[in-house]
Design a protein. Structure first.
Length: 256
């Protein structure tokens, strides 16, 4: 299941204890499914090779209810280390967008800003590239459906582009055990942290997942964790200028 995180500087590690291995599919094959389970699998071969069995919608909703308050906080970050086609992330996004709509439906600009922030708070990794593509598509469809339902005549391609761009950086092909791409390149998994600094200006910093998991706690009281846990400050591998969210992805080859 997806794990809530507060600041990514506490960052993706604050809640690694909560259901972090509900469907961690790498190197831990599960038993072959029974006939009643086949709707939750793509193929028996994928179950044998990767232990890939998708969580049923009822269980997804019930598990998200265990952290209901966090799933309804627009800025609360979640990481799904074995995201599959995005069942948990889709449910969380639905909840976040429902809150966004209840608060900002009267202002399209504000709805766009906070809906983009909601999308930017969701992170996923999967070892299978087709799952990554489907997860991105499923999350984008949830966003696009809600967006066009509320603003059918005034949707902005810039906002849609920004959401697609964020998903391309937040939902990644990778191995959550090695913290690297599942090929021979040994390339580390790198996540983008997105922060809304006000007036629709977003700040992006990139961190390797390995660095985020190297918990180097600070001694004494600090201001970097509101969870009562020890906190640490990871070092970003890239730092980008403030950019208005509607300009995200306008030039993918330039720093934001």
């Amino acid at each position: 299941m997806a794990m809530p995180t507060d600041r990514m500087s506490d960052r993706i590690v604050s809640h690694l204890s909560f259901c972090s291995m509900v469907r961690l599919q790498v190197r831990n094959p599960k038993p072959m499914p029974t006939k009643s389970q086949t709707s939750q699998i793509v193929s028996r071969q994928r179950v044998a090779d990767h232990g890939e069995v998708f969580t049923a919608e009822r269980e997804v909703k019930a598990m998200c209810d265990l952290v209901k308050q966090e799933t309804e906080r627009i800025e609360s970050r979640f990481l799904e280390p074995a995201c599959g086609q995005g069942a948990f992330l889709v449910e969380i996004l639905r909840r976040k967008l429902a809150i966004t709509t209840s608060r900002y439906r009267k202002s399209q600009n504000e709805w766009e800003r906070y809906a983009t922030l909601a999308v930017s708070s969701l992170y996923g990794i999967d070892i299978l590239a087709d799952n990554v593509a489907l997860c991105r598509d499923n999350l984008y469809e949830i966003f696009q459906t809600e967006y066009s339902a509320h603003f059918p005549k005034t949707t902005k391609e810039e906002c849609c582009r920004a959401v697609r761009y964020i998903l391309s950086l937040n939902i990644l092909w990778g191995d959550a055990l090695t913290l690297e791409l599942p090929d021979d390149s040994k390339t580390p998994i790198v996540f983008a942290e997105w922060s809304d600094t006000g007036n629709g200006m977003f700040k992006r910093r990139d961190y390797t997942m390995a660095n985020l998991l190297q918990n180097a706690p600070m001694d004494g009281l600090n201001l970097f964790s509101d969870l009562g846990d020890q906190a640490f400050i990871p070092k970003p591998v890239a730092d980008y200028p403030l950019t208005h969210f509607l300009k995200l992805g306008a030039d993918e080859n330039a720093k934001l």
